[in-house]
Ligand binder design. Structure first.
Ligand code: TYM
Length: 335
């Protein structure tokens, strides 16, 4: 079987807890939009989450949570292959081959690696160092053309291209295409956290989760960091305040955003009012998702079927790619 005529799309999310608004707006929403037009492979990156040593129970729960959240967001198993990364063992073998031509210097220079080393100097393991090669293997195992991700994954994607091109060059093949970040009509987004700086993240403790109850959302938003307010007309916004506006831009109406922009510019803004409005808009935005998440999460049998069907689909292209990689590299059994 040759490559599909539709462009191939691959993306995944780590199973390190519930999905948050950043995952949804940065990635998942695009997954849903792409599934009709492209040949899509979406997975739960359970192997990637092992770098931080979750307990087996927590890991299992997380995989089920995210599967339910994928389905709730609108991924359709008729239209895409929806699977768990570790069910496709071909990826792990490709990871090994790619590691042979991934160099220490380039892996150490990766921004996310440096950041993790800084955050957690006592857990600098080899899995963390080679995180980008495993991600490249996920992408290349299906010979993807497009990868929908948030802005924070741009460098990893660039490394996947480097590994693909290097493999092609070394073995004088055109097996791998160069996977590109998917650009919808909107630019890649980085959703900030509620703590005043940086991005919304699972480990940062600053996230709104898709499964949060309305009360949890309200409490989190009301506690979000802001500042003492502008004192001169047209004063530039501080980072925490800009963050509130950035989230509002995603979930509130154009009029609401314009209203608070105007109040800010006239130095008449009351952040309490803005947060109340933002909390209600978030509740409304997330309500349909939360109901569906609960429904899917309570149906373990269905989740099992979904994972099995997805693995079967993903196996077809993974087996074919790996077979060709083995031939190219010269790994052939003697019997
Ligand atoms: P992960 O699990 O950190 O995040 C999953 C997706 O969510 C996006 N994202 C955000 N987008 C906007 N604003 C934010 N605050 C925000 N936080 C997260 C990420 O950009 C990502 O698209 N390495 C990947 C998982 C992965 C993968 C792959 C992705 C493994 N193999 C192959 C694509 C292709 C990761 O850690 O994502």
């Amino acid at each position: 079987m040759g490559k599909s005529t539709k462009p191939i799309v691959v993306s995944g999310i780590r199973s390190t807890g519930h999905l948050h608004l950043g995952n949804y707006l940065g990635a998942l929403r695009n997954f849903v939009a792409m599934q009709e037009t492209y040949q899509c492979y979406f997975f739960i990156a359970d192997l990637h989450s092992l770098t931080t040593h979750p307990t087996p129970d927590h890991l299992q729960d997380s995989v089920r949570d995210i599967l339910a959240e994928y389905l709730a967001a609108g991924l359709d198993i008729e239209q895409c292959a929806l699977y768990v990364q570790s069910d496709i063992q071909e990826t792990i073998e490709l990871y090994l081959y790619l590691n042979m031509n991934a160099y220490l210097g380039e892996l150490e220079r990766c921004t996310s690696f440096k950041e993790k080393v800084r955050q957690n100097p006592n857990n600098v393991n080899a899995g963390l160092l080679t995180y980008p090669t495993l991600m490249a293997a996920d992408i290349l195992i299906h010979r993807a053309d497009l990868v929908p991700v948030g802005k924070d994954q741009e460098q990893h994607l660039e490394m996947a291209r480097t590994f693909a091109e290097r493999f092609n060059r070394l073995y004088q093949t055109d097996l791998f295409t160069s996977p590109q970040a998917y650009q919808s009509d909107k630019p890649l987004v980085k959703i900030p956290g509620l703590d005043g700086n940086g991005k919304m993240g699972k480990s940062e403790g600053n996230a709104i989760y898709l499964a949060d109850t309305p009360d949890q959302i309200r409490k989190k938003v009301m506690k979000a960091v802001s500042d003492i307010g502008p004192s001169t007309i047209g004063q530039p916004k501080s980072e925490p305040v800009q963050n509130l506006f950035t989230i509002m831009e995603q979930v509130s109406s154009h009029d609401t955003l314009a209203h608070f922009e105007d109040l800010y510019n006239r130095c008449e803004i009351r952040y309490g009012d803005m947060k109340k409005q933002l909390a209600e808009d978030l509740v409304t935005f997330l309500a349909p998702l939360r109901e569906k998440i609960e429904m899917y999460r309570n149906d373990e049998r269905y989740l099992r079927d979904v994972a099995r069907i997805g693995a079967e689909k993903a196996h077809v292209s993974a087996t074919e790619t790996l077979k060709r990689v083995r031939e190219i590299v010269g790994i052939r059994s003697l019997f």
